[in-house]
Design a protein around this ligand. Sequence first.
Ligand code: FAD
Ligand code: AMP
Length: 478
Amino acid sequence: MSDSFDVIVIGAGPAGYHAAIRTAQLGLNTACIDKSLGKDGEPAPGGTCLNVGCIPSKALLDASHKFVDARDHFPAVGINVGEVTVDVAAMMARKDEVVKGLTGGVAGLFKGNGVTSLPGTGRLLADRRVEYTSHSGETRVLQAEHVILAPGSVPVDIPPTPLTDDLIVDSTGALDFDHVPERIGVIGAGVIGLELGSVWNRLGSEVVVLEMLEEFLPMVDARIARDTLKILQSQGMQILLGTRVTGATPGKDGVAVSYQTSDGEQTVTVDKLIVAVGRRPFTDGLLADDSGVNLNEQGFLIVNDTCATDIENVYAVGDAVRGPMLAHKGMEEGIMVAERIAGSKPLVNYDCVPSVIYTHPEVAWVGKTEQELKASGEDYRVGSFPFAVSGRALAANDTQGMVKVIADGETDRILGVHILGPQASEIIAQAVIAMEFGACAEDLGLTMFAHPTLSEALHEAALGVAGHAVHMVNRKRK
Ligand code: FAD
Ligand code: AMP
């Protein structure tokens, strides 16, 4: 094998593997170094997302949702199935199978597209040289014309709650319980905490979520966040806001978790404690002292708008650079960098990054929230539409939530779309497309949507911006 490449990518998560595949497709001699190993000890490209993130969590969210549907909601639509039970081992085995299939798929894509896969660890040296250490410990120095750093992120751990083998776990551990614990504590009511809390709550655990902030989901539109909180509580999740975890003591009866609220110090005992307090960029061992690439105060690799680092022809993408820690954001950065290396000039539109929380109903949004617009004094108009009057949602017996479209008060250009509802993760894509094309609320209103669909709620909310929603009573507006 040659020691010289046009492009070396370090990290094969969504950001890195997209970059590697696209540079190879564009005719560049590409290698990708990744250190992840699967449960079978074999190389498992795909990063956090495929191995311990998006995919396994969605496998469990979908499975646990089907369980609740069958147990609680089938009778209402005329289906009686008797006692519904959970087989945790089978659920986990299926999840692992999905992960294995997808990591194998990335390996296959590397092979098919001519990416040289280098399982092991990469370290950036000066002058675009990369030290590669295989899993068996052999080290070689490779030379690249271009280097793309995509080392991703890892869970943050906090001093009061050091992880243990199986009582105090992070998100990775919470994807692998071998039974349904009776009581679970989740530290952090962020996206990951709520998703994992939902999984185990649905499967029968008593879940208490301990969140330091007074405000629930501050990054979400306030109305949507308020409704989401109520719905999750109605599903049985206990969500304590203004609650700072200060310690955790594992013992034979579980973990005694101490926390501070405005009422003082309190304790709750749980069988498992999930620490979901955020993620940090992972750059341990990535950079030699003279690599020239710099980190900011929070440990993120410093890049400009096009993901170039401070060193020419060295780029960084994904969770390890500024911006939301989301797989699709990293993927688009990976593609952008690959195409720029090959001579094109694409950009990532950071104003149009969709976010999703895969609870049920799902929460999805893109663009500005109403509270942000209010704070910046912008002139805006809002149209909203509840799923409670959507024909398709009623037919499906799944009517919680709403769509909210926010448009510029003068130009009518869509500034933000916020959804709480069934399949919000799918509906939001239509809003992203509209915003990418600079659409006005009226443009969406003039677009024909298939009937009956959940997406019609977006259509009606867009019409509602001008007071023209049809399935709402609105006599005065012209
Ligand atoms: P990563 O996926 O972290 O991949 C980085 C890879 O680089 C890893 O394989 C790592 O081992 C390897 N690596 C690091 N350093 C080196 C080195 N020096 N040498 C060799 N290899 C190295 N995002 C979403 O958009 N949607 C979701 O639904 C979603 N759900 C999530 C659920 C959970 C439980 C978690 C934990 C995360 C979730 N995320 C989700 C976030 C998503 O997983 C990340 O945003 C995404 O994986 C980041 O991609 P990345 O390529 O930047 O890094
Ligand atoms: P996210 O960064 O979206 O994954 O969310 C992590 C959440 O964990 C944030 O909302 C933090 O406020 C919360 N958090 C961090 N530390 C603590 C702590 N000690 N106790 C309770 N919540 C915490």
